[in-house]
Design a protein around this ligand. Structure first.
Ligand code: NAD
Ligand code: GLY
Length: 356
């Protein structure tokens, strides 16, 4: 498999997404994407022992330090972010320092937010190691941490200088995490690319077997689709909201369960089925979506939380405007739209039916 380079086209803030096998062990020259000669690698206690040494082999000519965060969504907090800032201060890191995120979406979001805040913004490099981070969270510049009152409530847009995706890192990813990442891959097909959706239906088993060629294609296509949406609407004033398909329900599920109980991708998977039901799409299309999600080993229903609790949690969603929730719904598979103009009974029915 060869290396593929995509571009996130954002004018002077454009950056490459480099996708390939063995990039870390091959000593890929990451330093050339950094403005100065100093960087802080932020990882966690699980990923560090697996890949930190390899990553350090990509930093020839740089002075680098590293910081391993505790592992888990429950540590995606301002307090954890502060430990990164403390490290940068202790290290006397200057404006030309770079923060490198080595890990999944949690590390990427926290480290990215720290890089957005330190000295009002220093350079940032993403080296995502989960499928979810490779196809979604490392691309597009959303960074942040959770608040007790809701997920990702504190954050900033801060684009990386480069996203380096070594697909070999997925070999150590636990199965449950891998499947959770597939939820976001399925999302792209469902919202904007029916051909990709059909490709996923035909190639799901190869993906579940982590066949390198199919995996590389799924990651590349997902990144292409996300990059195109982000290039069109970096700050989510319109089209980018489509990427939140399943997330209004998904965040509510995560919130009512307590962060970390269900994985983000699992909550999004069940959320996509609810959103598709609420859309009232053709029954055969709903069956296709549900079947693909189920075959990927993902949940198609939320846990019995009580419709009322889910609804309450949904009010905290960042997409609430003038007390009205905004949903990403489907005209049909592969064709999503955002709306605040939905029938309240339709939402009630979907939540009630999820409870039974
Ligand atoms: P995660 O970062 O918690 O990683 C999942 C688990 O896998 C962790 O235990 C981690 O230590 C481990 N891990 C990571 N890479 C590994 C590897 N190669 N081998 C073995 N273990 C490995 O979870 P995630 O699913 O990557 O990310 C979820 C987070 O991403 C959520 O906080 C979500 O809000 C955020 N997110 C952000 C965006 C965005 O645009 N910024 C988009 C989607 C999700
Ligand atoms: N994951 C949604 C976004 O990046 O906009």
């Amino acid at each position: 498999m060869s290396t593929h380079i995509l571009t996130v086209d954002l004018g002077e803030r454009s950056y490459p997404i480099i996708i390939g096998r063995g990039l870390l062990s091959g000593g890929f020259d990451l330093a050339r994407y950094m403005p100065g000669n100093h960087c802080l690698v932020v990882t966690n206690e699980t990923v560090g022992p697996l890949y930190l040494e390899k990553l350090q082999g990509c930093l020839a000519g740089m002075t680098s330090r590293s910081l391993a965060l505790p592992d888990g969504e429950s540590f995606k907090t301002s307090a954890t972010m502060q430990t990164i800032i403390d490290e940068l201060v202790t290290d006397k890191a200057g404006r030309d320092a770079t923060v490198v995120a080595l890990g999944g979406g949690v590390v990427g979001d926290i480290a990215g937010f720290a890089s957005a805040c330190y000295m009002r913004g220093v350079a940032f490099v993403q080296v995502p190691t989960t499928l979810l981070a490779q196809v979604d969270s490392s691309v597009g510049g959303k960074t942040g941490v959770n608040h007790e009152g809701g997920k990702n409530l504190i954050g900033a847009f801060h684009q990386p200088n480069v996203v380096l995706i070594d697909t070999d890192t997925l070999s150590t990813l636990p199965d449950r995490e891998f499947r959770a990442g597939l939820a976001e891959v399925i999302k792209y097909g469902a919202i904007v690319d029916i051909d990709f959706f059909a490709w996923l239906e035909s190639n799901l088993q190869a993906l579940l077997d982590r066949n390198p060629d199919e995996l590389a294609y799924a990651i590349r296509r997902s990144c292409e689709l996300k990059a195109a949406v982000v290039a069109e609407d970096e700050r989510e004033s319109g089209r980018r909201a489509l990427l939140n398909f399943g997330h209004t329900f998904g965040h509510a599920i995560e919130n009512t369960m307590g962060y970390g109980e269900w994985l983000h991708g699992e909550a999004v998977a069940a959320g996509m089925v609810l959103a598709a039901e609420m859309s009232g799409i053709d029954k055969s299309e709903l069956r296709r979506l549900t079947a693909l999600i189920e075959s990927a080993g993902l949940p198609i229903k939320p846990p019995p939380a009580g419709a009322g609790r889910l609804r309450e949690a949904m009010q905290l969603d960042k997409k609430v405007q003038a007390n009205k929730l905004r949903f990403v719904l489907l005209h049909s598979l592969g064709d999503a739209f955002v709306t605040a103009d939905y029938a309240d009974e339709a939402l009630g029915e979907v939540l009630q039916s999820a409870d039974t």
